[in-house]
Design a protein around this ligand. Structure first.
Ligand code: DOR
Length: 450
């Protein structure tokens, strides 16, 4: 397979601007970016006139369910959805079955991904009460994107519900710790009360009331206190409330705290999303009223949000059809994130440059990912090419996840990824994955050989 390619005539996007230029990739690395580049005749051409050429956009939060949940998704199907959506790399969450909570289980996932993952990949280790003291030794293993903490119960068994255990986790190791922040004691109380009142199932419109704003804020306040006390860097996943964004701004802890937003919280609002999509809009933390969505959009632009992750969390249609709250939380999204953000660009509340900041530079900064950055001479020859002129409703049969439960089906989207180039190799062509999966483990600044 050739790793030489000349991408011609596209608009090359960086976080600081857009330039019409060719991109010449040689042996998997960018050799030159500029106008009218002249590569030897044998170098393959990819015509990109009228298209936008992004550096390798990434998704730093996906759940692919392997091992243990393959009916919902596996690494092959999830990663195929990712590449079809224009994603060149992902970091996968540890709440599989068994949970990825030991070096052996991390190695097992890396082995499963080899030759089956379309994009590049890395996996999180899950924090538990039992492994807290060992995480510092394990967090920098090759292929590990860091440590994930669930402060509130969600899918799977991982949970660190109390401050003393969380402090043990934060004092073990030095990489940034990634956190699902919802207050578990409050969640438990509120679910018990809900089930008492609605023993046969409740309306799903109650989801964002059960897991209310106070659940999120209380937990995030506890977490910020502990981050400050221990000096440990933390990353707040899928922030869902305007109040937490204010808290992050007020506490002003600088690089100690980074923040992720998901397209779900940026594009949906309660109660309409629950009325329209039922449990297909149910995720943790919940989508809330429009004012939170609007605050998140603002925070994307003022720098409070560091990166965007899809929180791709597939469940089967049968599971989603159970009465709330037995219906599981989470929706697929790895394939639709880039198309949704391109739609935001079309609609004028996001710029192409912001996508590079939030989907390349942001994740690279948060996790110390190497080989992802602007397309310049010497950088990795990894790029995503999109066609901004394609405006069409999201079609169910375009989606490749095993979970069909995508609430954005039917929504008109402006712009679809057409090509993905991984180290000079075209792996998505005309929107179709081509060739054998050739993703490799992501490399991190803080990786240590064991
Ligand atoms: O809605 C969610 N689903 N939130 C999570 O944090 C986990 C995820 C899942 O794995 O299903």
């Amino acid at each position: 397979m050739s790793h030489d390619l000349l991408i011609t005539g596209g608009e090359v996007v960086s976080s600081s601007g857009v330039e019409r230029a060719d991109v010449w990739i040689e042996a998997g690395k960018v050799r030159a970016v500029g106008s009218d580049l002249e590569a030897p005749a044998e170098v393959a051409r990819l015509e990109a006139s009228g298209k936008w050429v992004f550096p390798g956009l990434m998704d730093p939060q996906v759940h692919f369910r392997e091992p243990g949940g393959e009916a919902k998704e596996d690494l092959a199907s999830g990663s195929e959805a990712a590449i079809a959506g224009g994603v060149t790399a992902y970091c996968e969450m540890p709440n599989t079955n068994p949970a990825t909570a030991t070096p052996e289980l991390l190695a097992d996932k890396l082995e499963r991904a080899r030759g089956r993952s379309h994009p590049d990949y890395a996996f999180f280790l899950g924090a538990t009460e039992e492994n807290a003291e060992q995480l510092g030794d394990w967090e920098s293993l090759p292929g590990c994107s860091g440590i994930k903490v669930f402060m509130g119960s969600s899918t799977g068994s991982l949970l660190i519900p109390d401050d003393p255990t969380l402090e043990r986790v934060l004092r073990s190791g030095s990489r940034r710790v990634t956190v699902h922040s919802e207050d578990d004691p409050r969640l438990k109380e509120r679910y018990a009360d809900l089930v008492r009142r609605y023993p046969n199932g409740a309306p799903v419109t109650m989801h964002h009331d059960v897991r209310d704003i106070e659940c999120a804020v209380r937990s995030t306040r506890r977490l910020l206190d502990l981050a400050e006390r221990t000096g440990r860097r933390i990353h707040l996943l899928h922030v869902s409330t305007a109040e937490e964004l204010d808290l992050v701004r007020e506490r002003d802890l600088g690089d100690l705290v980074t923040v992720e937003a998901t397209p779900n919280h940026l594009f949906l609002a309660a109660p309409e999303c629950y009325e329209e999509h039922g449990t297909w809009a149910q995720m943790n933390p919940p989508v809330r009223e429009a004012r939170h969505r609007d605050a998140l959009r603002e925070a994307l632009l003022d720098g409070t949000v560091t990166c965007i992750g899809s929180d791709h969390a597939p469940h089967t249609a049968e599971e989603k059809a159970r009465p709330f709250p037995q219906s599981p939380s989470g929706i697929p999204g790895v394939q639709t994130t880039i198309a949704l953000l391109l739609t935001a660009v079309r609609d004028g509340w996001l710029r192409r440059e912001d996508m590079v900041r939030l989907q390349v530079e942001g994740p690279a900064k948060v996790y110390g990912i190497l080989d992802r950055g602007p397309l310049v001479a010497g950088s990795a020859g990894t790029a995503v090419i999109v066609d901004p002129s394609r405006t069409e409703p999201l079609a169910a049969d375009w989606l490749r996840s095993r979970s069909p439960c995508n609430p954005f089906i039917g929504r008109p989207l402006a712009g679809l990824p057409t090509e993905v180039v991984l180290r000079g190799q075209v792996v998505l062509r005309d929107g179709v994955p081509v060739g054998q999966p050739c993703g490799q483990p992501l490399r991190f600044a803080e990786t240590r050989e064991p």
